[in-house]
Design a protein around this ligand. Structure first.
Ligand code: SF4
Ligand code: SF4
Length: 146
């Protein structure tokens, strides 16, 4: 899921090639909302290997994302306090990674339940298949939108 790392990787061809060349993975599920994206993504199966520098470029982004990349699967829900955990992470990424600070801030302010409402019960973390440190990540969301 999220082979483009939620938009952190902009080149679909390279991202999908990276996955297809992995000995550990054989399926990628990219989201596509226009014909151009379908065409670009299909080129990932052209049989041409990634260049070393392309591979390093992807690995650099993966390293920057670290162990805190939410795939938005929603398995952590429901939150004890009704926080929409993955959507708050999406808002944080829109704020931090895209040029959408005002938009993300306005959307965040409209949420009934915000990161500051987390009571740190930890139930969500026990459900996350990626073992993300959700409580710490929500602290980061809170700091971002203070
Ligand atoms: S730790 Fe926070 S976000 Fe997770 S279920 Fe508990 S209240 Fe919700
Ligand atoms: S279970 Fe983990 S990866 Fe999935 S939406 Fe929740 S925090 Fe994100």
């Amino acid at each position: 899921m999220k082979p483009m790392a939620g938009g952190a990787l902009r080149d679909g061809r390279k991202s999908l090639k990276y996955i297809l060349e992995s000995p550990y993975l054989n399926v990628a599920i990219p989201g596509m909302d226009c014909v151009e994206q379908v065409i670009v993504n299909a080129k990932a199966a052209d049989g041409i290997k990634l260049a070393d520098e392309e591979r390093q470029e992807i690995e650099k982004v993966a390293k920057e994302l670290g162990d805190t990349f939410c795939r938005r699967c929603g398995y952590c829900l429901p939150c004890t306090e009704g926080i929409d955990i993955p959507t708050l992470f999406v808002m944080e990424s829109y704020y931090s990674r895209y040029d959408l600070k005002d938009w993300a801030m306005a959307r965040y302010k409209n949420f009934d339940k915000k990161a500051e409402d987390c009571i740190k019960c930890g139930i969500c973390e026990s459900r996350c298949p990626y073992e993300l440190p959700i409580r710490d990540m929500l602290d980061n969301v809170n700091d971002t939108f203070k």
